[in-house]
Write a protein of this length. Structure first.
Ligand code: FDA
Length: 326
């Protein structure tokens, strides 16, 4: 990162570097998990702590849009934790399959692809010794279960040290489960090339800006550069015959995706996070656009939650107000 660009970004959101560093702190995670008040605040961004909490929220959303459900967790350090994550996803997918049947019984027949699970390979053990094979085996199990219950899977993208390994796992998964989606991040300098590789018919690509603290050697540092890259990547994805998934809350990117889709509402989808710009999600859905809400749940909310605080100073103010009871 150049000194001037790091400064420019820090001036726009002075807490961002500290918050992104804090998002990786195990000590702070253990500390914040202990307090009841954090739960009240966290619930703005996290739909529940257990499967039985999240399914009613998912059912409500499915009345007007698609969902992608994320069982929270990342960077597991023990094989047992990785296995537990896989088991949690198998239970989640069984729950989503049962929910689908229950909704059909009530007259709401879901469209193909309406239900998806989002997975992080670091939660499946990617950073353990032999972690790539372990994570891939877990992801395969989850994809097989998804196929059984009529759901999809998209592989989230984490920090740049894992990009190559994650894309290689996605290539392997797509051989057996061609509908497996992947995430590409427009802040990475490599992403236009990755878009060209993946923008083929049948591919499902979720394009986001990127949520981690990355060095200037691999990532654009200025918002304008990240946004310009996002637009270039969107154009490649829309031109490539695949199924673009525009994951952004940014009004300018939303307009650009709509422009590139040129009236073909079923050829792509907008995606936004649970609890963020809910009014815009509802507006787009009411205009019959495909909107998918990314719904995180689980006890391991800390890293996800702190990245949301880092994205927007107003979220941090909201958190601090709740903390001090105002
Ligand atoms: P940007 O941050 O420029 O914000 C534009 C506007 O959106 C803001 O002015 C504000 O109005 C609104 N906004 C944005 N963030 C907000 C927030 N936290 N709270 C309230 N308002 C907010 N990242 C990653 O690295 N790997 C991944 O796998 C994913 N997966 C993913 C899935 C989905 C469905 C989404 C929507 C996002 C991700 N992300 C992600 C996160 C993504 O990279 C990015 O950090 C956030 O979406 C914020 O970027 P925006 O494109 O929204 O624009």
């Amino acid at each position: 990162m150049s000194g001037s660009s790091a400064l420019a970004r820090t001036l726009k959101n002075p807490m961002r570097p500290a918050l992104l560093a804090a998002s990786k702190s195990q000590g702070l995670e253990a500390f914040s998990q202990r307090f009841a008040f954090t739960r009240a605040v966290v619930s703005r961004f996290v739909a529940g702590y257990a499967l039985e909490d999240v399914l009613p929220a998912v059912a409500e959303l499915l009345a007007s849009r698609f969902v992608s459900v994320d069982y929270l967790g990342e960077n597991v350090r023990e094989l047992e934790q990785a296995k537990a994550t896989v088991q949690a996803y198998l239970a989640l997918l069984d729950g989503l399959g049962a929910l689908r049947d229950e909704l059909a019984g009530r007259g709401l027949v879901l469209a193909d692809g309406a239900v998806e699970a989002s997975i992080k390979l670091s939660a499946f053990g990617q950073s353990l010794p032999d972690g790539q094979e372990i994570a891939l085996a877990g992801a395969r199990e989850v994809c097989a279960k998804a196929a059984e219950v009529g759901a999809l899977v998209t592989v989230d993208m984490e920090d740049h040290t894992t990009t190559e390994a994650t894309l290689s796992a996605v290539r392997a998964l797509r051989r057996d489960f061609p509908w497996t989606g992947t995430v590409l991040q427009s802040y990475l300098r490599r992403t236009e090339a990755d878009c060209r590789e993946f923008a083929a018919p049948g591919s499902r690509i979720r394009l986001c800006k990127g949520a981690y603290q990355e060095p200037g050697s691999v990532a654009y540092q200025e918002k304008d550069e990240v946004d310009a890259s996002y637009k270039r990547c969107l154009a490649i994805l829309f031109g490539g015959g695949g199924y673009p998934m525009a994951a952004t809350h940014d009004p300018a990117m939303i307009v650009e995706a709509g422009r590139l889709a040129n009236g073909r509402a079923d050829s792509f989808e907008y995606q936004m996070l649970y609890g963020i710009r809910a009014d815009e999600q509802a507006r787009l859905a009411a205009e019959r656009a495909r909107v998918r809400t990314y719904v995180p749940y689980g006890e391991q909310w800390y890293g996800y939650f702190v990245r949301r605080l880092a994205e927007r100073p107003a979220n941090l103010v909201f958190f601090l107000r709740a903390l001090f009871g105002r």
